[in-house]
Design a protein around this ligand. Structure first.
Ligand SMILES: [Zn+2]
Length: 70
């Protein structure tokens, strides 16, 4: 029997968390990246297409292009 788990830690990359140096975080466990990502999205997390950034539920997604001030 083989039990393989995939654990991913998501840290929020939004500006508010960055400025507060207090990154919202969550841990998701599944059998693969796809499953973990699916669970995280279901939990409200936003994940960038290149899998490098994530944003906590309800947090403002930071875009690469210059955005207007709040
Ligand atoms: Zn955040």
């Amino acid at each position: 029997m083989i039990v393989a788990n995939y654990t991913a830690h998501f840290y929020c990359d939004c500006e508010a968390c960055e400025e507060a140096s207090n990154l919202e975080q969550a841990e998701y466990i599944g059998e693969s990246w796809a499953q973990v990502a699916k669970r995280a999205r279901k939990g409200g997390w936003r994940i960038s297409a290149d899998r490098t950034r994530s944003f906590a539920p309800g947090h403002k997604v930071k875009r690469n292009s210059p955005s207007k001030a709040r």
